[in-house]
Design a protein around this ligand. Structure first.
Ligand code: AMP
Ligand code: GLY
Length: 453
């Protein structure tokens, strides 16, 4: 299956930075920041390039087998700068948003970094900043008001009372900063607590439709949209239950037809690129565009993130083939417009295995059976593999759960159905007491699920 018109150059709008040579492969020593399933997927992608020396801070047992883990937390910007200097890495690839919001890319100075400076990372760090940027760029999004005082809250809630209220805390909240509710009392209480925590709250119109995630590699020279994916944010099947970090994803997402893709590029990505390129420092990294696509196939922005999605990353990175390092290096050097590496074709689907009690309170510290940490990477067209997230090794090498989202199993094949069959079959061989997973990943894209899932 073809998911991208092969050999098309990256889209190329706004400021062009022309250089005489293509994005070259100087970067070999790489520091990857983070420790989740997303970072394990990034580590797998980066090390497909021969000769890469991967260093991860702090990493997990999966990244440890692809390079060297260092005991520096992803929130420790000073420690990360010192590590990058000590290792004299050619490129820093930042997984999570928090160090970007805290200025890691700024503090790296001349060192190449895949991940934007803090002034752009505020697109994720502040919902009101993101809405203002969308307004300035003229991209379609939900109408909104920013409420800073308790006294103005009631009027704002009245304004949006004909559909569920959508209330967004104005700061990083680890995925817990948004409430969508029909219950006014609950909406009011959430908004008051958000104002108390972050000083302001965004209240916006409810957007009906179906969500999709578009990951866009972006720098001053241009951008390249990767094939769209779809996350499954709710804990329960049929999109029931509480919101989570993401319980599974697939790519490509059929809801993003070529027509929708063209609208997303012309109405959202191109204007955002122009807006961001006009700032003092260009955006260099991945812009995650969270989309709502309505019944007329018109896309609206629900949110921007300044990093790869987790688990969207797990189903998108393999499409970069052996060239992830080249792409990331090109972005860090403002050369993405010159990159013409074709993406791989294929369909991917990933299922997250979560600990008992996740997302409210995860039970951890349990042994995981059927998981061989030393399994060699599989290659070929039809394959399934595991990305580790909340997993550590016991003193004797036994894998033990340490977090809410423990791991994700990804299948890759020529159709989403075949990818799902591979992923679920692999997941069935892993055993963690009390763990749960969704058995309907991909259902909206027509994937059929057997009882066994
Ligand atoms: P956010 O962190 O802004 O992506 O919001 C988390 C989730 O809340 C999204 O993935 C959507 O499912 C939902 N959501 C956010 N904003 C809206 C909106 N304006 N209309 C409908 N659902 C929304
Ligand atoms: N999977 C949603 C996110 O990474 O924000």
């Amino acid at each position: 299956m073809s998911v991208w018109p092969m050999n098309l150059p990256a889209s190329n709008v706004g400021l062009m930075v022309l250089r005489s040579r293509p994005a070259c492969m100087e970067a070999r020593r790489v520091l990857l920041v983070g420790s989740g399933g997303r970072e394990h997927a990034l580590a797998m992608a980066l090390t497909r390039q021969e000769g890469v020396q991967l260093h991860t801070a702090p990493g997990n047992p999966g990244t440890a087998r692809l390079g060297t883990n260092h005991p520096v937390g992803s929130g420790d910007v000073t420690g990360l700068i010192a590590l990058a200097d000590e290792l004299d890495v050619h490129l820093v690839v930042v997984g999570p948003e928090a160090p970007l919001c805290d200025g890691l890319a700024d503090a790296l100075g001349e060192r190449l970094c895949f991940g934007p400076v803090a002034a752009h990372a505020a697109l994720e760090g502040s919902k009101s900043f993101a809405k203002e940027a969308m307004e300035a760029a003229g991209v379609p999004t939900a109408e909104h008001v920013i409420v800073r005082r308790e006294g103005a809250l009631s009027e704002a809630l009245d304004r949006f009372s004909d559909a569920p209220w959508v209330i967004k805390q104005d700061g990083l909240a680890g995925g817990k900063g948004v409430l969508v509710s029909d219950d006014r009392e609950q909406a009011e209480a959430f908004a008051l607590s958000a104002i108390a925590t972050s000083g302001s709250v965004v209240i916006e119109a409810f957007l009906p439709g179906e969500e999709a995630s578009m990951l866009v590699l972006m720098d001053a020279s241009g951008y390249r949209c990767l094939p769209a994916s779809q996350d499954h944010k709710r804990a329960g099947e049929g999109d029931a239950g509480p919101n989570t970090g993401g319980m599974g994803a697939y790519c490509p997402a059929p809801i993003v037809t070529p027509d929708v893709q063209a609208k997303v590029e012309s109405r959202i990505v191109a204007p955002m690129h122009a807006h961001l390129s006009a700032q003092d420092v260009p955006y260099r990294g991945v812009l995650y565009v969270g989309l709502m696509i309505d019944e007329h196939d018109d896309p609206y922005v629900v949110e921007f993130n300044v990093r790869f999605g987790d688990p969207e990353c797990q189903v998108t990175m393999p499409l970069l083939g052996d060239h992830a390092l080249e792409w990331f290096t090109a972005v860090a050097k403002d050369e993405v417009a010159e990159m013409n590496r074709p993406l791989e074709t294929g369909a991917l689907l990933t299922v997250v295995l979560a600990s008992e009690g996740y997302p409210s309170s995860a039970v951890t510290g349990r042994e995981i059976a059927g998981l061989d940490l030393n399994a060699r990477a599989v290659t070929g067209q039809d394959r399934a593999w595991v990305n580790l997230a909340g997993v550590k090794e016991d003193h004797d090498g036994t894998p033990v759960s340490t977090g809410g989202r423990v791991l994700s199993v990804t299948g890759m094949s020529d159709s989403l159905q075949a990818a799902a069959d591979l992923a679920y079959a692999r997941l069935a061989s892993i055993d963690l007491d009390g763990a749960h997973h969704r058995r309907d990943i991909g259902a909206k894209a027509g994937v059929q699920h057997s009882e066994m899932n």
